[in-house]
Write a protein that binds this ligand. Structure first.
Ligand code: C2E
Ligand code: MG
Ligand code: MG
Ligand code: MG
Length: 296
């Protein structure tokens, strides 16, 4: 970048690049203590059936409340966790915490919805992975049908046969499997064929939702419609991610995609706030969201 914009910019970018590196080193060190010092927290975002605006599921999304840097989003520290091998411990904590929380909501008669957690390919391929999940379900006493695992398309690039076997194991136990961020990878459609019958749910990436409109680019909508139809033909549920406007909701509804996740209904919220959402019969549709993405 500095090259393309001329040499003057060098002096502008260098200090901030240094700062980035220092922050990164600092984060790496701090992350080792983040679990024991209770700095990690799960937020929960509802998955909503738009027929009745009722919550039909929740996705657990990790946040790191850093004493100095404030809330650090997963896209900033999950890669660090992966590179340093801390991801196993973090994801074990995520699965355990999400299961325990869901069981707690069930005990309070607040909920009978499944919780989904995001796992990276790396964790997924560890030898003891399935056993670990089973142990967590046993210790939290959560029935397996209330746990779902979201894995991204790009996770599937690695080691096909191992992944396929693990998917089978998990589904045999009764755990749901979702294909996250669908449509962002290099060979999305060929995956659908190769992994046919392995996924319960396809999560249509936000990039497809952003472009939906009734306006003169309406033909773009047909790509999205086609993916929805294809997924349904393959007997998968489809969830639209990142729905922010009423217009998007209407178009998706026309396309018979009724499972919605997005700021239009709710941002991811802390557990206590989510319990309040659960106690409502119906979620209200919010104003169209047009702000910045934030983590407050
Ligand atoms: P994802 O699994 O695709 O999660 C959806 C992301 O979209 C979340 O970002 C969520 O806050 C955001 N989102 C939801 N609705 C809207 C909307 O209407 N508009 C916009 N602009 N954004 C929306 P978040 O929480 O920052 O998470 C980003 C990614 O980090 C996740 O993408 C997931 O891949 C990863 N991640 C989150 N938690 C975990 C975790 O516990 N473990 C691992 N391995 N990855 C995680
Ligand atoms: Mg996800
Ligand atoms: Mg996603
Ligand atoms: Mg994503």
């Amino acid at each position: 970048k500095a090259k393309a914009t001329g040499k003057n910019t060098y002096h502008i970018y260098k200090p901030s690049a240094d700062k980035q590196i220092y922050k990164r080193i600092e984060l790496e060190n701090d992350l080792r203590n983040a679990i024991v010092t209770n700095q990690l927290e799960l937020y929960y975002q509802p998955k909503v059936c738009s027929d009745k605006n009722q919550i039909v599921g929740a996705e657990a999304l990790i946040r790191w409340k850093h004493p100095k840097w404030g809330i650090i989003p997963p896209n900033e520290f999950i890669p660090i966790a992966e590179e340093t091998g801390m991801i196993s411990e973090i994801e074990r904590w995520v699965v355990y915490t999400a299961c325990k929380q869901t069981k707690m909501w069930q005990r309070r008669n607040l909920s009978s919805i499944p919780i989904s957690v995001n796992l990276t390919a790396h964790r997924f391929l560890e030898k003891d992975f399935v056993q670990t999940v089973i142990r967590i379900l046993e210790s939290t006493q959560l029935a397996p049908q209330f746990l779902e695992i979201e894995i991204t398309e790009s996770s599937l690039l690695v080691n096909d046969s191992t992944v396929l076997a693990i998917l089978d194991d998990l589904r045999r136990i009764g755990i749901g499997i979702s294909l996250d961020d669908f449509g962002t990878g290099y060979s999305s459609l060929s995956y659908l064929k190769r992994f046919k019958g392995k996924f319960d749910t396809l999560k249509l990436d936000r990039s497809f939702i952003i472009d939906l409109s009734f306006g003169d680019t309406a033909e773009d909508n047909y790509i999205t419609k086609t993916i929805i139809n294809l997924a349904q033909y393959l007997k998968m549920d489809v969830i639209a991610e990142g729905v922010e406007t009423y217009e998007q909701l209407q178009i998706l509804s026309n396309f018979k995609c009724n499972m919605i996740q997005g700021y239009l209904f709710s941002k991811p919220v802390p557990a206590d706030d989510f319990a309040e959402l659960l106690s409502l019969n119906q979620l209200e549709i919010k104003e169209d969201y047009d702000g910045e993405k934030d983590y407050s």
